[in-house]
Design a binder for this molecule. Structure first.
Ligand SMILES: Cc1cc2nc3c(=O)[nH]c(=O)nc-3n(C[C@H](O)[C@H](O)[C@H](O)COP(=O)(O)O)c2cc1C
Length: 190
């Protein structure tokens, strides 16, 4: 008997805030090649104030409430992020710190999460992803171990004015990656 395919809500977080971001182009390409039963919600993380337990105690900022509600609804989360100084950008860590607190109310434990990143350098954000993985494991999220989506030398794969990456090798890897994440979400929900 053929299994019914249910809609899946995928929340996207982008770690680059700049207009012509290569990671934004990678995010667009992931959306383009995603399974047809995925729906997307991108949550903006650039207006979230720095984590402060005093602020959290007084009143959780609206941007954080939007983040937490989105993550709660999500069947899976994809974090597409650049690497800064061998680590994840502060804006990503800040969003995760808010989302992880307080731990008993966090939407992140057991949440299927996939990482992706692009860089003009050769290693394609491997160190940022390693750091992200370490943080997400501490939060008890279920991070997909592979296939890893590390797009190195990205400036040779896409033009600055293009919205998406069309280079064949990268597209092939993205198709494999979204298929694997779809299976990861399904397996974890069984
Ligand atoms: C402060 C800073 C630190 C950076 N550190 C790294 C790094 O450690 N590794 C790396 O691969 N690229 C590094 N880069 C280069 C970024 O990968 C590059 O600027 C990239 O285009 C940023 O992603 P975006 O295009 O999505 O904004 C750094 C860039 C900046 C601005």
């Amino acid at each position: 008997m053929k299994r019914e395919v249910l809609l899946m809500e995928i929340v996207l977080l982008c770690g680059s805030l700049r207009k012509q971001s290569y990671n934004r182009k990678l995010l667009n390409t992931i959306k383009e090649h995603a399974p047809s039963h995925w729906t997307f919600t991108e949550i903006a993380i650039d207006r979230i104030p720095f984590y402060n337990a005093d602020v959290e105690e007084r009143r959780v900022p609206d941007e954080v409430t939007v983040l937490k509600e989105g993550l709660t609804r999500a069947d899976g989360v994809i974090i597409v992020s650049p690497e800064y100084n061998n680590g994840m950008p502060a804006v990503v860590k800040n969003a995760l710190d808010w989302a992880a607190s307080p731990p008993q109310e966090s939407p992140l434990p057991k949440k299927p999460i996939a990482l992706a990143g692009a860089s003009p350098q050769g290693a394609g954000t491997v160190q940022a992803q390693t750091q992200l993985r370490q943080t997400l494991i501490a939060i008890d999220a279920y991070v997909m171990s592979g296939p890893k989506l590390l797009v190195g030398q990205v400036h040779t794969r896409v033009e600055v004015e293009d919205e998406q990456i069309t280079e064949e090798g990268t597209v092939k890897r993205i198709k494999k990656y979204v298929k694997a994440f779809d299976e990861w979400i399904t397996t974890l929900s069984e």
